[in-house]
Every structure is written in C-alpha cells, then in structure tokens.
Design a protein around this ligand. Structure first.
Ligand SMILES: *[C@@H]1O[C@H](CO)[C@@H](O)[C@H](O)[C@H]1NC(C)=O
Ligand SMILES: *[C@@H]1O[C@H](CO)[C@@H](O)[C@H](O)[C@H]1NC(C)=O
Ligand SMILES: *[C@@H]1O[C@H](CO)[C@@H](O)[C@H](O)[C@H]1NC(C)=O
Ligand SMILES: *[C@@H]1O[C@H](CO)[C@@H](O)[C@H](O)[C@H]1NC(C)=O
Ligand SMILES: *[C@@H]1O[C@H](CO)[C@@H](O)[C@H](O)[C@H]1NC(C)=O
Length: 216
C-alpha cells in the first residue's frame, strides 16, 4: 500500500499528471473501487475550481467514489456518516481509503478440497470484501469434493450473493479480520450440502479477490 502511494506521488512529480482530483469509480464496473482503491489514479473533477472535494459512499453493497459536486444536493447534505458516505478534500484522502474503515477483510480463495493451495494455505493475508455489508463475516465452505471450487474461503456477503452459505450448518463463519484461516481438515468446518449452481460467478469473484491480494 505504501508502495502505491510512493508510486503515485512520484508519477505526479515526474509527469505532472493531475494529482489533485478525486478517485472516480463504481465497484460494479471496477471491483478495485471497493477492494484496492489505492491502485486507482485520481481524475480531475469537471470545472473544478480550487481544492476539489471528493466523496466515498457505500450503497446497497456497492462502493462509489467521485467528485462531491456530482452528488445531488440531498445526498451531499446527508453525506456525513463514516459508515455510509463521507466528503473530504483530496489531501485528507478519505476518497482513497478503504471505506468504511471498519469494513470486513477475509482470506479469499477457491480450489479443490483435497490438495489446492486454498485448502492448504492458512497463512495467506486477508483482503477487503468486494461487497459491503455491515457486520459481514468471513466463511469457509467445504463440499469435500475434488472439483475446483469445492473449497472456498471468503466473505459471507459474496457467498450469499451466490446463494451459498445461506442455511445454517453449511459453512464455517467467523468475525474478525482474516479469521477464516482454519486448516481444511478442521472439524469446525461442516460439510457443505447447499448447491453450487452459481459456482462460476462465485469463482470469478474469488479470482478477483485473489488478484487483489496478489496486487497488494
Ligand atoms: C487537472 O487540473 C489541474 C489543476 O487544476 C490542471 O493543471 C490540469 O491540466 C488538469 N488536467 C486535465 C486533464 O484536465
Ligand atoms: C443545490 O445547491 C446549490 C448551492 O447550494 C444551488 O445553487 C442549487 O440550486 C441546488 N440545486 C437544487 C436542485 O436544489
Ligand atoms: C487439486 O488442485 C490442485 C491445484 O490447485 C491440483 O494440483 C490437484 O491435482 C487437484 N486435485 C484433484 C484431485 O483434482
Ligand atoms: C472428505 O472425504 C474424505 C475422503 O473422501 C473422507 O475421508 C473425509 O472423512 C471426508 N470429510 C468430511 C468432513 O466429510
Ligand atoms: C490436519 O492436517 C494437518 C496437515 O495437513 C495435520 O498435521 C493434522 O494432523 C490434521 N489434523 C487432523 C485433525 O486430521
């Protein structure tokens, strides 16, 4: 993370690209908007005069960042809550930070239950959950099969968006940054019997998580 800041700072210095705008993104189209904002560059706000005001907000699980002047008056007036919406100047940096700062972070990976790195690596670092949900948990899901995706670690909000880990007793869940680090053979992990119909979607989300983890 520090490396990115250094990199951005030196790019600003070397190439005189604008570094006083806001990060402008939506996690629906740019997952890094939620999971890795420091890797995104800022853009000028249109017709910005003086110091630009930026915002960051979460809405229905989606993370949105941009120029405060693009918010409606009502949204802007209500944008004063460190859990939902915040306005700051670029130098204060809220627009670049993980938001909300209490956002869940989990180990995120997918593989087979037998010998995949996901099943065996328990010291991987946690990364920011792509969907924002207050009180989100981390999970481990093991359907004890050899197929790819039969062993997963991740954020419960992501699993549930894919219709997994909804009924109790299919997944191990826990609270706290990176708490889903149990060994694959830990008896606390139940055998998942819920369907994995939307596995492809879930795997692509997990891959994005992996990519993020790798880039950090
Ligand atoms: C962005 O704003 C800065 C300072 O206001 C200006 O110097 C720069 O040319 C602008 N860049 C673009 C691409 O509009
Ligand atoms: C929004 O607020 C600005 C300045 O406070 C005002 O000029 C503008 O008319 C307002 N727009 C609406 C739609 O109320
Ligand atoms: C499980 O996945 C690993 C790599 O992730 C692979 O090397 C291994 O062959 C797979 N095992 C089975 C039984 O598919
Ligand atoms: C998973 O499968 C293996 C071999 O097929 C078996 O030995 C093991 O008991 C199973 N684990 C669970 C939790 O069902
Ligand atoms: C779980 O697996 C680890 C290594 O993979 C092993 O050392 C440990 O004894 C196993 N625990 C159980 C309860 O089988």
């Amino acid at each position: 993370m520090k490396l990115y800041l250094l990199l951005i700072a030196s790019l600003c210095f070397l190439t005189y690209i604008s570094c006083d705008g806001c990060i402008q993104c939506n996690s629906k189209t740019e997952p890094r908007c939620a999971t890795d904002p420091l890797s995104l560059f800022t853009k000028n706000c249109s017709e910005s005069i003086g110091g630009s005001e930026c915002f960051v907000r979460v809405l229905d699980g989606v993370t949105i960042r941009g120029c405060a002047k693009d918010l409606t008056n009502a949204t802007k007036a209500a944008c004063n809550n460190e859990l939902e919406c915040q306005i700051c100047t670029y130098t204060e940096g809220c627009n670049r930070q993980m938001f909300p700062s209490s956002r869940a972070q989990c180990l995120q990976c997918s593989g087979n239950s037998t010998s995949s790195p996901c099943a065996s690596q328990v010291y991987d670092h946690a990364s920011i959950c792509p969907i924002y949900k207050l009180g989100d948990l981390c999970y481990i899901r093991n359907s004890n099969r050899t197929a790819d995706g039969s062993f997963q670690r991740g954020c419960l909000s992501t699993a549930q968006a894919n219709k997994q880990c909804i009924k109790d007793g299919n997944c191990f869940t826990c609270t706290g940054r990176g708490c889903n680090f149990l060994q694959a053979n830990d008896t606390l992990i139940p055998l998942a019997r819920d369907s994995s119909a939307q596995l492809m979607l879930s795997m692509s989300l997990l891959l994005m998580g992996l990519l993020t983890a790798w880039m950090l």
